[in-house]
Design a binder for this molecule. Structure first.
Ligand SMILES: NC(=O)c1ccc[n+]([C@@H]2O[C@H](COP(=O)([O-])OP(=O)(O)OC[C@H]3O[C@@H](n4cnc5c(N)ncnc54)[C@H](OP(=O)(O)O)[C@@H]3O)[C@@H](O)[C@H]2O)c1
Length: 245
């Protein structure tokens, strides 16, 4: 497959007001890409847009969409070369006894937002290759009685990206899913963590480096999480069910 020239890239960042989204937007702006930033609140996007224009003279559009609403993804005009999806939300008590309303919200923001946009991109005729970059979580490794629906949504995302990888050649796309470990951000603020949290700027740089060197992939960032997740998956149930994390 031929590489798309960096200058001509039109890049969407869905979840651009978050820690990782902002860093990805900045990395792309520094490379000369034209940006479309998406989040629910224009008041968060406006200063990011102004900053990127000032620092990099970047061309930056902003779009406000609330993925908790049904059919929200159809409000976005999809004409990009590359799409990042650092969108996501957790909730305080994500437990087994969660109400249907909250479950629906979790699925909409963490899974259906990404799945519907990708579906819309691939259902339209396209001349050029497209890059699709999702962000999973180590939380999806094995079901727990905490973080129940966030993890379920992220597990669904993994299945979707496996399917994208399977159909990549036929659809003329490059799919990447980054399972993010502990990262310093609003999403992880105040959470109990077994390992040190990394900076979102470093995660963004690693993502860009991977995309520039590989055609597709499902990887862990930082990479050591791959081994930790293998161990967690292989733990006998009798031990796993006693863990409280
Ligand atoms: N932080 C971690 O430790 C960690 C660990 C594993 C995986 N991840 C994953 O990595 C990605 C980036 O994480 P992060 O820490 O940078 O997240 P973050 O700072 O919380 O940002 C999340 C983004 O999603 C957007 N968003 C949330 N709800 C939305 C809604 N209803 N409609 C539209 N946009 C919405 C937020 O914008 P608005 O709120 O303004 O709408 C924000 O731009 C996420 O997919 C996350 O699940 C993070």
């Amino acid at each position: 497959m031929s590489m798309v020239s960096q200058e001509s890239l039109r890049v969407f960042v869905v979840g651009a007001s978050g820690s990782l989204g902002r860093c990805l937007a900045e990395e792309e702006a520094a490379r000369g890409s034209n940006l479309v930033l998406v989040a629910s609140d224009l008041r968060d996007l406006l200063p990011i847009q102004a900053d990127l224009i000032l620092k990099y003279k970047a061309k930056v559009e902003i779009v406000s969409v609330d993925f908790r609403e049904s059919r929200a993804s159809s409000k976005i005009e999809l004409n990009g070369d590359r799409y990042y999806f650092p969108v996501g939300a957790t909730m305080e008590l994500d437990l087994l006894g969660t109400t249907s309303e909250k479950i629906e919200r979790m699925m909409r923001v963490n899974f259906l937002s990404v799945a519907s946009i990708i579906g819309n991109i691939l259902s339209e005729p396209r001349q050029r290759r497209v890059d699709i970059i999702g962000f999973g979580s180590i939380a999806e490794t094995r079901g727990r009685a905490n973080n129940v629906y966030y993890s379920a949504a992220k597990r669904a995302l993994t299945s979707l990206f496996e399917s994208l990888r399977h159909g990549a050649k036929k659809e003329n796309l490059r799919p990447y899913l980054f399972h993010v470990g502990y990262m310093r951000s609003q999403l992880s603020y105040g959470k109990k963590m077994l390992f040190p949290a990394v900076a979102s700027k470093d995660v963004a740089k690693a993502v860009l480096h991977f995309i520039n060197t590989k055609e597709a992939g499902i990887v862990y960032l930082p990479r050591y999480w791959y081994w930790i997740c293998i161990i967690v998956r292989k733990l006998p149930w009798i031990i796993y069910q006693k863990l409280n994390f």
